[in-house]
Design a protein around this ligand. Structure first.
Ligand SMILES: [Fe+2]
Ligand SMILES: [Fe+2]
Length: 408
């Protein structure tokens, strides 16, 4: 949901000839293939792409088979998942979406309300992705959800997210860590190759998965054209200072975040000297409670309090955004808005766009819509007996919101 746009995404469609009527306009949507799921039994070998039969000779990514009982879980409706972005909507306006298909009478599919933009002119657009995990080969707590497509799902999810963010109007992307599964040289190279093919100016941060096996990830990325700054770093966009804060611990076995006091003080100095609002990116979310309330753990509570306290004192206009938990959430520490944005490669499979206004900031989380990515991320919804699909997306206002900064 944006100020003048809205993305509609569906798990299945009622049939061919799907039409959506919104605000007096009608959109015809191409039918997509159903997202079948491949769930192997625990301990079973990873499946291979079909060499004969109807799936042979074509990209296998759009077709997953479901072994248990031979049922196709998402085939209650004949059309598969899909997405459409509606543009040129009125801000702060409620719309009804009426859907119909061949042989299916019109029905109210949903209602939505566009965001009210902050005051002033739109100055810039940029984007973030996180938790791309190049090298991952299956999903789910027991690794039972497999992908048969090529390139592998983390690669095509990142490619598509960057393409869609660029098409949306972002010129810059910040990658908020967990670039790889376990930071092998091949995974790091694959990440750098995807970035090199993107039109976006990319700024890379590291996550806990990017410190492993003794590989010099910073040096390797640097040699491949992706500079990583481990110290807090400021980037200037019109109307907003971006501050990138690496929270990865030097010890590869230490998966929670780490932010020493001198780096928190440096972040606060960068916020204080910005002369305007500040957007802070970290891989690990801050822990607001003395005991962990969510897995995986973020930056330890004492370090989080030191950072947030110093940021509050330094600047009244701050958004902190994080990755790591592969979920969408929004909460506050005093006046500081904190958002967590989900992974590119598992449900809901998303990227975040930011619109910088003279008087505020808009965050819009979009699901990556490329059909071979949407088919995969829909399949991962089934992880944890379906709980992943309920827990990870968050509410609409966790994902999409507008902030008006306090008057200077
Ligand atoms: Fe991650
Ligand atoms: Fe992480």
């Amino acid at each position: 949901m944006g100020t003048t746009s809205a993305q509609l995404v569906w798990r299945g469609s009622p049939g061919s000839g799907l039409r959506l009527e919104v605000g007096g306009r009608e959109v015809e949507v191409a039918a997509a293939e159903p997202a079948f799921i491949h769930l192997s039994r625990p301990g079973r070998a990873m499946p291979t792409a079909p060499r004969s039969g109807p799936g042979a000779g074509r990209l296998a990514h759009a077709r997953y088979s479901y072994l248990e009982g031979g049922r196709f879980l998402d085939a209650r409706w004949p059309g598969g998942p899909g997405s459409v972005v509606l543009e040129d909507l009125a801000p702060a306006t409620t719309y009804e979406v009426v859907a119909r298909a061949r042989g299916v009478p019109p029905f109210l599919a949903c209602r939505f309300t566009t965001l009210r933009p902050p005051p002033g002119r739109l100055l810039a657009r940029f984007a973030t992705v996180s938790d791309v995990h190049i090298g991952e080969k299956h999903f789910g707590i027991t690794g039972r959800i497999h992908d048969l497509g090529r390139p592998a799902y983390p690669v095509r999810a990142l490619q598509a997210a960057l393409d869609e963010a660029a098409a949306w109007g972002a010129g810059t992307v910040v990658v908020k860590g967990d670039l790889t599964r376990q930071a092998t040289p091949a995974e790091v190279r694959d990440y750098a190759t995807v970035l090199a093919g993107s039109p976006l100016a990319a700024h890379t941060m590291l996550g806990n998965h990017d410190s492993n096996l003794g590989v010099n990830v910073v040096g390797l990325l640097g040699s491949l054209g992706s500079h990583v700054e481990l110290r807090p770093q400021a980037l200037e966009l019109p109307g907003l200072r971006l501050v990138l804060v690496n929270t990865m611990h030097a010890d590869p076995h230490f998966h929670r975040g780490h932010l020493p006091a001198e780096e928190a003080e440096e972040v606060a100095r960068l916020a204080a000297s910005a002369g305007g609002p500040v957007w802070v990116a970290m891989h690990h979310p801050p822990e607001l409670h003395p005991w962990p309330t969510c897995y995986p753990p973020g930056v330890p509570h004492d370090q989080s309090m030191a950072l947030l306290g110093a940021l509050s004192a330094a600047n009244p206009s701050v958004l902190v955004t994080c990755g790591h938990r592969h979920r969408n959430r929004r909460y506050n520490y005093g006046d500081i808005v904190i958002s967590e944005v989900g992974s590119t490669k598992d449900y809901p499979g998303c990227w975040a766009g930011y619109e910088v206004y003279e008087g505020g900031l808009v965050q819009v989380v979009r699901r990556t819509a490329r059909p071979d990515v949407l088919a995969w991320t829909e399949a991962t919804r089934r992880a944890l007996n379906g709980q992943w699909g309920r827990w990870s997306p968050g509410r609409l206002d966790d994902r999409c919101f507008a902030i008006t900064w306090p008057a200077p």
